[in-house]
Design a protein around this ligand. Structure first.
Ligand code: PMP
Length: 415
C-alpha cells in the first residue's frame, strides 16, 4: 500500500516557476521570457479583437440560451469548423472518400492526453517517438496515459550548428522504429526550438513514416500564429494526409491523429478549447473508434466546456468575424517577427560574439538562443532576465522598450 505523507516533492513546472520568481522580483528592469503566452506591445495579455467583438455582440448571447451539457464527442458545429481549418481543401474534394472523425478535447493538452490513452489502449505501439527537445508535457502525458508504451526520443536539434538535424532524425526512425510506432510531430512553430522542417524535409519525414507503417501524431498549437497564414501552418498535416492515404501504397498507414489547440491562435488559453482528429485509411470504418473515444471521454471529463468553443464556432462561421480573426493572426505573427529582428539587430549592433541569425530564421513563439545554462543563470541573477535553463526564450516577453536591455544583458554574459 502507498502512503501519502512521505511523497517526494517534485519541482514545479519550469515555466510556472519562472513566472512565480519573476512576480516576486522587485527589480525595475526585470524581464520575463518564460511562459508561452502571447503578450501585446505593452506586454499585457491580448484579447483578440475578433474574440472581443463576439463577447460584446448579441450573437453569443443569443446562442447561450442555456447551460446544458455538450454531447460527449463535443459540439458538432465547432468540430466541423475545426476539421475544415486543419484539413482544408482535402475535405472539399468530394471525389475521394475520407475516414476522418473529430472529438472535442480540453485544449491541446487534453487532445494529446486522449491520443495517448486511445493509442495506448487500441493501437498498442511498441514505442512512441518524441522530439528531442520538445514541449515537456509530451513526456508527462505519455508516461501517465500510456505507461506500457516505451518512450523514445528522436534527435531534432543540433546545438553545435544551432539548426535542425534532419539526417539524425531520419536515421533514428530508420533504425529503431517498428510498424505501428507512434511519432509525435510539431505541425509548425516547433516548441522549444523554433525550427520547422522545410516542405522538402517534411516530404522526407513522410516518406519514412509511410514506408515503415508508423503512426504520426501532429501536435498543432500554433496554426496561423506561426506564419500568419492558416494554410501554410497546416501544410505539413495536409501533405502527410495525401502521402499516407491518397498515394498508391502497398503498406497502408495505420492512421494519423491531429491534436489541435485554440489557446494561442484565439488567445483562449484558460477556456481550454481543442479537438482531436483521427484519420484512418479511406474506406475504414470509424464507428468502433468513435464509440471508444466516447467511452474514454466519458470516463475522464464526461463532456468538454462550452463557452470557448462557442466563441471559436461563432468567429469561424461568420465571414466578417473570420476576416478580423485572420488579421489578428497576422498582427501576432508580425509582432513576433518584429521583435526577432529587433533582438538580432541589437546584438549585431553591440558586436556580440557569435552568429545570431537563427533568431530570425526560427519561427513562432520561441527561440532556442543557444545560450548555455551558466549564461542563463547569470542573466537571471545579475540582469533579472528570466528564461528557461535550456536557453529557450518566449519572444512575446520582448518589446521595443526592453529589447535593448535584454540584448545588452546577453552581450555581457556572452563576453
Ligand atoms: N503542444 C505544444 C507543442 C504546445 O506548445 C502547447 C502550448 N504550450 C500545447 C500543445 C497545448 O497547450 P493547451 O493545452 O493550452 O492547448
Amino acid at each position: 500500500a502507498g502512503t501519502l505523507s512521505a511523497l517526494p516533492v517534485i519541482p514545479l513546472d519550469e515555466a510556472y516557476a519562472l513566472t512565480a520568481a519573476y512576480n516576486a522580483d522587485s527589480h525595475p528592469e526585470k524581464v520575463l521570457l518564460g511562459a508561452g503566452v502571447y503578450r501585446d506591445e505593452n506586454l499585457k495579455p491580448w484579447v483578440l479583437p475578433s474574440v472581443k467583438k463576439v463577447r460584446k455582440s448579441e450573437i453569443l448571447h443569443e446562442t447561450v440560451v442555456d447551460h446544458e451539457y455538450l454531447p460527449i464527442a463535443g459540439a458538432p458545429g465547432f468540430l466541423k469548423l475545426a476539421q475544415q481549418l486543419i484539413f482544408g481543401p482535402i475535405l472539399d474534394d468530394t471525389s475521394r472518400s475520407h475516414a476522418i472523425t473529430s472529438v472535442q478535447s480540453i485544449s491541446g493538452t487534453g487532445a494529446n492526453h486522449l491520443a495517448a490513452l486511445f493509442l495506448g489502449h487500441y493501437l498498442r505501439p511498441a514505442h512512441v517517438f518524441i522530439s528531442n527537445p520538445t514541449w515537456m508535457n509530451h513526456h508527462v502525458i505519455w508516461e501517465l496515459a500510456a505507461p506500457s508504451v516505451v518512450r523514445k526520443t528522436y534527435p531534432y536539434y543540433n546545438p553545435a550548428t544551432r539548426s535542425m538535424d534532419l539526417d539524425a532524425f531520419l536515421a533514428e526512425l530508420e533504425t529503431s522504429a517498428v510498424a505501428n510506432d507512434v511519432v509525435i510531430l510539431h505541425a509548425c512553430a516547433h516548441n522549444p526550438t523554433g525550427f520547422d522542417p522545410t516542405h522538402e524535409q517534411w516530404d522526407k519525414i513522410a516518406e519514412v513514416i509511410r514506408r515503415k507503417g508508423l503512426f504520426p501524431i501532429f501536435d498543432t498549437a500554433y496554426q496561423g500564429f506561426a506564419s500568419g497564414d492558416l494554410d501554410e501552418d497546416a501544410w505539413a498535416i495536409r501533405h502527410f494526409y495525401k502521402t499516407l492515404f491518397e498515394e498508391p501504397t502497398t503498406s497502408p498507414s495505420p492512421g494519423m491523429i491531429v491534436c489541435q489547440s485554440f489557446s494561442k491562435n484565439f488567445g483562449l488559453y484558460g477556456e481550454r478549447v481543442g479537438a482531436l482528429h483521427l484519420a484512418l485509411p479511406p474506406g475504414s470504418s470509424l464507428a468502433g473508434a468513435e464509440s471508444q473515444f466516447a467511452r474514454l471521454i466519458r470516463g475522464e471529463v464526461s463532456t468538454c466546456p462550452r463557452f470557448g468553443c462557442r466563441v471559436v464556432e461563432t468567429v469561424l462561421s461568420d465571414p466578417a468575424l473570420r476576416e478580423i480573426w485572420q488579421a489578428d493572426l497576422k498582427t501576432m505573427a508580425a509582432r513576433i517577427r518584429a521583435v526577432r529582428q529587433a533582438l538580432r539587430s541589437e546584438l549585431v549592433k553591440l558586436g556580440t560574439k557569435g552568429d545570431w541569425s537563427h533568431i530570425e530564421t526560427q519561427i513562432g513563439m520561441f527561440s532556442y538562443t543557444g545560450l548555455s545554462e551558466a549564461q542563463v543563470k547569470r542573466l537571471n541573477e545579475v540582469h533579472h532576465v528570466y528564461m528557461m535553463a535550456s536557453g529557450r526564450i518566449s519572444l512575446a516577453g520582448l518589446n521595443e522598450k526592453n529589447v535593448g536591455y535584454v540584448a545588452r544583458a546577453i552581450h555581457e554574459v556572452v563576453e
